[in-house]
Write a protein that binds this ligand. Sequence first.
Ligand SMILES: Nc1ncnc2c1ncn2[C@@H]1O[C@H](COP(=O)(O)OP(=O)(O)OP(=O)(O)O)[C@@H](O)[C@H]1O
Ligand SMILES: [Mg+2]
Length: 454
Amino acid sequence: MKPTILLVEDTRKLSEIFKEALSGCFGILSVYNLKEAKESFISKKPDGILLDLQLPDGSGIDLIPIAKEINPDCVIIVATAHGTINSAVEAMRLGASDYLEKPVDLNELIEKFEKKINLAIEKDKVFSKDEMFPISYSVRMHEILKICRQVAKTNFPVLITGESGVGKDVIANYIHKHSARKTFVPFNCANLPFELAESLLFGHTKGSFTGATENKSGLVESASEGTLFLDEIGELFLNLQPKLLRFLDSGAFIPIGGVIEKFSGARVIAATNRNLYDEVKKQKFREDLFFRLNNFPIDIPPLRERKEDIYPLIKFHLISLSQTIEKNLLISDDAVKLLEDYSFPGNVRELFNILDRASIFCEKNVIDRNNILKILEFKKQQMNMPVKEKKTEEFEWDLEKDLRSVCKDAINIKEKEFIINALQECKYNKTEVAKKLGISYKTLFNKMKKLGIE
Ligand SMILES: Nc1ncnc2c1ncn2[C@@H]1O[C@H](COP(=O)(O)OP(=O)(O)OP(=O)(O)O)[C@@H](O)[C@H]1O
Ligand SMILES: [Mg+2]
């Protein structure tokens, strides 16, 4: 039997066009408003929905949670009109798999449904409405998320491992969100002096060291009803490790300078991008603590080993980015292909970073193969460059973070700063600058003009 798609589209003519395009591969149910859509979904449980958001009796968004509740595997593709990008973000958060901008490319539409419905059927995945973040499409990530949901209900310590940028923080948050615990208290074990690390974690009593003017409770105590996330656990001082182990075993700890044991019910999630067992062998990490934490390990595979996640992550990030920079960003298929073939040593963080950069230099808001190619080439060159000059670091400024929090004007300022730095570094040789920034001479010229750079 063919999989069924519910067409929710109030413009009848358009609905007919979609029907004609899709009926070769799918059984089609057509409805024209939200009420009919809900009824039809409940009674027929289709495998996919093509969803128009602006319906005469409400927003198509309202159908998503219902559909996902009834059939978590349902593939929902949203058809958005230009300018309703915010709704597309919301739809993806609620569980839509993808979105297409109207006028919809019919070949793309068929291809997306074919690819996604087959994948969804193959995977037989369990997917409920509150699991939309982290974005995941690969079988491996789905398995991981399932384990996370299971362990979330327990109080076991968890050890999350994986290369830098794979999403360890995201997964720690996900576990916390699926538990009934109250606060999420993150602590980074790296780069702190010993006393400070101990005091921040376990607290101190008045007079226990110079400057300890009052009793202060630590994060272990603050997270008593919550989750204590110990990031970069591999960096935790060897001398602090027994104290943490004792806490994990019994919930007991003594603040610096204290004599009375205190107790906390904090649940510990630890993360590291190191191979902790190697650290044990090098005697930099205690074996007993390792085994205690490793009782429940979650290893997140690098992005290059779950390529199916790349496209959904691209889509997700472009939607968020479009909102931030108030442009409607798109990406060409060959640019996606190039990214799918890339190895991403920096994983999801690197992917987002590449998209951030490309979004600045792309023309007509479409990221194309050339934009990506230039960024990748530039990266390759940088890897071979001796890392000494300060200016090079400035090229590596963290766009990802910046772009999330700044408005369009601020982006222009950053962009200007970025270009001026490059100009100075290349002694105002524009051909050289364009090469360095991975853009064409013309784009550089236009940008300089737009940004008022003489
Ligand atoms: N599955 C995902 N869905 C959406 N965003 C993701 C996902 N995985 C990672 N990210 C994003 O990628 C970036 C890096 O993720 P995160 O900080 O969790 O990685 P990490 O493994 O903790 O890295 P590090 O080892 O450097 O601490 C963040 O912006 C995060 O939001
Ligand atoms: Mg992290």
